[in-house]
Design a protein around this ligand. Structure first.
Ligand code: SAH
Length: 364
């Protein structure tokens, strides 16, 4: 079966040309696909024979809402979608003054192994397809009725570990015949895969790159983020500096504040030192507690912020949305997996994680 929604315009054109269809067909079908039609029969301006042919040869399996949680505090909606193969992923709709933002997943699970993150506990099952990434935006918009103006790739998975798919997704949502969301309205968050950052820099996209830093020193960062064990903080900042030089886009550094781990003044001083000479912005995140992890939220967020600011660093503290609905990464999917008896408690992951961390073994 052909994954027609993952095709770009050039591929669609070739596809319909191969079927002996007129040139305008690709644009017509692209428009339908990116409006989120549930089946080919809804493409009413297509000849019936073509609709039947597409039904037989192409997949168009929209995700099904498995669970939906609406925050009474702020209207945040968290979706747990069931994909065609039975896997579940999460998408979060957040309502900000500057527009509705959808936070989407890029993989089913994650193999990065960060100690504080619920998404990675059971490893990575598989990558998402471009269509499955677009569907999260489309069907969140259709189900909620909220027009989406911003996308953040900060859900389950590591976007730069699914690089080609994510690049295709970006081109598709950016297309004027589809969702037409501008690159400046898209953020991509990475745990710091330097080859991916370097490759992204070469594309010179105008999106916002967020780097999940979480610690400015190798000892701490390697302890909580296995990705740091092979590529240290120095090398990561080297890629960040190159990224800024190439794109002119300021990087946003995510920093989840963990009690007694990364919240000391000397770490604020070290972080400020790394940022010298490269415009960047630090986003402090109050840690969301994950049941399986011994890590606890820091009580020094304001003090850490002050210390950074004393060095001239621009700092914001992330406002917590959807705190009443497990809206933090991977928590709802995790709940569902445990309910279905697929928590993989004994097994570090279907594909394993890049670190050799065993659960419960985080030394803090
Ligand atoms: N893999 C990507 C994107 C997914 S995670 C990345 O690492 O950036 C999105 C953000 O949420 C990351 O900054 C991640 O470190 C952070 N995060 C994960 N678990 C968290 C938790 N329990 N509390 C606070 N932030 C968390």
């Amino acid at each position: 079966m052909t994954d027609i929604k993952s095709m770009d315009m050039a591929e669609l054109s070739a596809f319909f040309q191969g079927l002996g269809q007129p040139a305008f067909r690709a644009r017509q079908v692209f428009r339908w696909l990116h409006q989120g039609v549930g089946n080919f029969d809804e493409m009413t301006n297509l000849p019936k024979t073509l609709r039947d042919g597409l039904t037989q040869t192409c997949i168009l399996s929209p995700p099904v809402v498995e669970r939906k949680q609406v925050s009474v505090q702020d209207g945040t909606i968290k979706y747990l979608w069931r994909l065609a193969d039975g896997n579940c992923i999460e998408t979060v709709l957040m309502r900000y003054q500057h527009g509705n933002t959808v936070c989407i997943s890029s993989q089913v699970g994650c193999r990065m192994g960060c100690a504080f993150c619920a998404s990675t506990i059971a490893g990575k099952a598989r990558d998402l397809t471009p269509a499955e990434m677009i569907d999260q935006v489309l069907f969140t918009q259709l189900d909620s009725g909220a027009p989406i103006s911003n996308i953040v790739l900060m859900g389950i998975g590591e976007p730069l570990d699914n690089f080609d798919t994510v690049m295709r997704f970006l081109a598709l949502v950016n297309h004027p015949g589809g969702l037409n969301i501008g690159m400046r309205h898209i953020s991509l968050s990475t745990c710091g895969l330097v080859q991916g950052i370097d490759a992204l820099a070469e594309r010179e996209l105008q999106l916002t790159l967020s780097v999940s830093l979480h610690a400015p020193d190798d000892e701490t960062r390697s302890r909580i983020m296995p990705v740091n064990r092979s590529v240290g903080v120095e090398r990561l900042f080297e890629s960040c500096r190159q990224y800024f030089a190439r794109t002119g886009r300021r990087i946003s550094y995510e920093y989840a504040m963990i009690d007694g781990v990364n919240d000391f003044d000397w770490q604020a001083d070290l972080l400020a030192g790394h940022l010298k000479g490269t415009p960047g912005h630090v986003n402090l995140i109050p840690l969301n507690e994950v049941k399986e992890s011994p890590l606890r939220p820091s009580r020094r967020v304001a003090a850490f912020q002050k210390r950074l600011e004393s060095h001239g660093v621009t700092v914001t503290v992330r406002r917590k949305l959807g705190g009443d609905i497990d809206a933090s990464c991977g928590q709802l999917r995790r709940k569902q997996m445990l309910a279905e008896g697929d928590g993989r408690e004994q097994n570090p992951g279907r594909e394993g994680t890049i670190g050799e961390r065993k659960r419960g073994e985080v030394s803090v």
